[in-house]
Design a protein around this ligand. Structure first.
Ligand SMILES: [Zn+2]
Length: 287
């Protein structure tokens, strides 16, 4: 394999994904292997509202640096539209004002900016630090929001509609279970990977702390720690889940094993035909 050097410029590319596993690729494959592979090969893009991603980048870049925030605002898409112009309402009574979601994002920024713990902990850390390492024989990558090696902590900002409403996940035996949003969105697995990659990159074992902000008015701020025995067990279990599932995922990416479709996601729906989706009336899967 040709030499590949991971940089801030190529971190979010499919080429990087072919060399390193990441939390988002791993969880994509957990959800549906055929969809994840089609996305990785550039054959398919999920239809999605880009607003939550823009809100997240607006907030993250604000606390990264003035330059990063300006770069984010001026960044253009393939149609030449800047992120800043996408944040402004172009019609109706609110024309010329920030769209609703970005007014909320502004409130989220203001609340974090005046929060004492956030200022003391998150702001001094090194931002957007790329880490890599070997997890059970496979190369992984991660990007740390804010890293404080001296005090042995790393920080991540997470935004969520409501910090208490939880999320539904499918258990190993196929049941639906409601869990706190940290597990529902795979942030437990992300924190476990980041802790291990920081340890391998810098030789320091850091503990995660999530600064969670709700997208409500007023928004709720929460500091989520992983110090307790239950939380440490959650991180250990996440690494075990990787160890168990990644050999197959890697083999699918490398074209050695066949991907399995979930049969229900956006991609699988788009590929369904009557003859390939002929099924007994009692056998229909429930989401
Ligand atoms: Zn699927």
């Amino acid at each position: 394999m040709a030499e590949f050097k991971l940089t801030p410029e190529n971190y979010y590319t499919q080429e990087a994904n072919r060399h390193y596993l990441s939390k988002s690729v791993f969880t994509d494959f957990e959800k549906c292997e055929v969809a994840a592979l089609a996305k990785m090969n550039g054959e398919w893009e999920p239809q999605r509202d880009e607003t939550p991603l823009l809100v997240g980048n607006y907030l993250h870049s604000y606390f990264e640096s003035k330059e990063a925030h300006q770069d984010f605002l001026k960044q253009t898409d393939s149609a030449g539209k800047t992120n800043e112009s996408k944040m402004i309402s172009s019609a109706g009574k609110t024309k010329g004002q920030l769209k609703k979601e970005f007014k909320v994002a502004k409130q989220m920024i203001d609340r974090l900016a005046e929060d004492e713990a956030f200022n003391q902990l998150y702001l001094p850390g090194q931002k957007e630090v790329i880490v890599t390492g070997d997890i059970h024989g496979i190369q992984w990558m991660g990007k740390i929001d804010s890293l404080d090696l001296e005090n042995e902590f790393f920080y991540d900002i997470k935004t969520s509609k409501d910090l208490h409403s939880g999320a539904w996940i499918k258990t190993e035996d196929g049941r639906n279970q409601k869990v706190p949003f940290v597990q529902g969105f795979g942030y437990d697995i992300q924190m476990a990977i980041y802790r291990e990659l920081i340890r391998q990159t810098f030789g320091v074992t850091c503990q995660p702390l999530i600064f969670a902000v709700s997208k409500q008015t007023p928004c709720e701020l929460m500091g989520i720690t992983f110090d307790g025995d239950d939380e440490q067990a959650l991180l250990d279990a996440a690494l075990e889940r990787i160890e168990e599932k990644q050999p197959h995922i890697k083999a699918v990416i490398d074209g050695i094993e066949k991907p399995v479709g979930c049969g229900m996601c956006e991609y699988c729906r788009s590929k369904s035909t009557i003859s390939t989706n002929l099924i007994g009336a009692t056998q229909i899967k429930l989401s």
